[in-house]
Design a protein around this ligand. Structure first.
Ligand code: FNR
Length: 383
């Protein structure tokens, strides 16, 4: 782990350790992957302003997201099949996030269940909800998240139908995974990863198995999942979910000003400017390029968060400078997890923290609350 100085180092280590099918699942975007790539590359078009002879002592990156204190404004994004990057991956990542003082978001499509993660954490985590056609199932998930004392519901809106990733099709990845002889042989070359595999398989899709109607085994689970995403999802559904949940609500997958206004009207606590890490609409703009105009449209009415393409502490600071109250990392924590389990996730958070701290100082700021557009030379994505 100590060899990993950047998120890219963790990615290289994960590529060596995680079976190809699962590494590719994380490291892929929809179709031509143009949005996936733009999410990362558009950060480099924003230039930081170097300042000198400013008091840089007593710095702090501490902040809040939806009123909850965070060591730095970086949450762990919800990712499906996380337990396939490393056995018990969701539990390990939640433990690392808790120790670091940042929010962990558990995906509906996780391997470990809400209850598994609750058993291994002391502080509340966040739960991400996909809206399925089976509303009893949704009600049940909301009730389970409440019972586990989750402190926010992250409602994902940009997956009414599934985007397509060529790599997954070529690798024969299904959800949940069905293993062919080729996959098993490939895993055999990664002994450490295989050790926990049996355990992970036992938990397969812990939030769903045993709770969804007509799902009795892995095969029926696979078909159920594929046809359950709700193409008719509407703002009315957001309203009843908000009411049933009754706690902090974050709407994920907003990339358009009109949708952002509707989200602010819905009474949610925050939105996440996001294109699902480039995994849904290929050809959509990068999240960072849309952030300023969404902040201009609704920033005075609702907390604006963003995700997509963050690979360094500099990226986080740029997002904060452009108005994000919080950010999320998906692949960076998955690479850490694949590279070294809990320690790898901690490493990913540590890398981002240290980069943020030094960058903020060299931009002449001591406190995160002082970071604004003045740390940028200009804003190529001005509203
Ligand atoms: C995701 N994402 C996602 N989002 C969500 O709301 N529920 C989910 O189950 C998943 N699953 C998922 C799996 C994998 C492997 C990835 C990479 C992403 C999207 C995720 O929450 C987030 O929006 C992006 O990952 C952010 O982009 P970066 O940080 O990965 O560039």
């Amino acid at each position: 782990m100590l060899n990993a100085l950047t998120i890219d180092d963790l990615k290289r280590q994960a590529r060596r350790r995680v079976p190809k099918m699962f590494f590719d699942y994380a490291d892929s975007g929809a179709w031509t992957e143009s949005t996936y790539q733009a999410n990362e590359s558009d950060f480099s078009k924003i230039k930081l302003r170097q300042r000198v002879l400013v008091d840089m002592t007593n710095r702090s990156l501490a902040s809040t997201m939806i009123g909850q204190p965070v060591t730095m404004p970086v949450a762990i994004a919800p990712t499906g099949l996380t337990g396939m990057q490393h056995a018990d991956g969701e539990i390990l990542a939640a433990e690392a996030a808790e120790a670091f003082g940042v929010p962990f978001t558990l995906s509906t499509m996780s391997i470990c269940s809400i209850e598994d993660v609750a058993l291994h954490t002391r502080k509340p985590f966040w739960f991400q909800l996909y809206v399925m056609k089976d509303r009893d199932f949704i009600n049940n998930l909301i009730d389970r998240a409440k019972a586990a004392k989750c402190s926010a519901l992250v409602l994902t809106l940009d997956l009414q139908i599934l985007g397509q990733r060529h790599k997954d099709i070529r690798n024969g990845l299904s959800a949940p995974p069905k293993f062919t002889l080729k996959h098993i042989l490939q895993m055999a070359t990664r002994p450490q990863w295989c050790m926990g595999m049996a355990n992970t398989q036992r938990r397969s899709f812990g939030n769903i198995v045993g709770h969804a109607k007509n799902v009795s085994d892995l095969s029926s689970l696979s078909s159920w999942t594929a046809e359950q995403f709700d193409p008719k999802l509407s703002w009315k559904d957001v309203a009843w979910i908000k009411e049933r949940w009754g706690g902090k609500l974050i709407l994920k997958g907003i990339l358009d000003e009109d949708d952002a206004r509707a989200a602010a009207d819905s009474g949610a606590d925050a939105i996440i400017v996001s294109n699902h890490g480039g995994r849904q609409l290929d050809g959509a703009p990068s999240s960072i390029s849309m952030l300023p105009r969404i902040v201009a449209a609704v920033g005075d009415r609702i907390e604006v968060h963003m995700d997509g393409g963050i690979r360094s502490g500099q990226d986080v600071l740029k997002a904060v400078a452009l108005g994000a109250k919080g950010t999320y990392i998906g692949r960076p924590f998955l690479y850490g997890l694949g590279a070294g389990g809990r320690e790898g996730v901690t490493r990913a958070l540590d890398i981002i923290y240290k980069e943020m701290d030094v960058t903020m100082a060299l931009c002449g700021k001591r406190l995160l609350s002082d970071v604004d557009q003045s740390i940028l030379l200009d804003n190529p994505y001005a509203a």
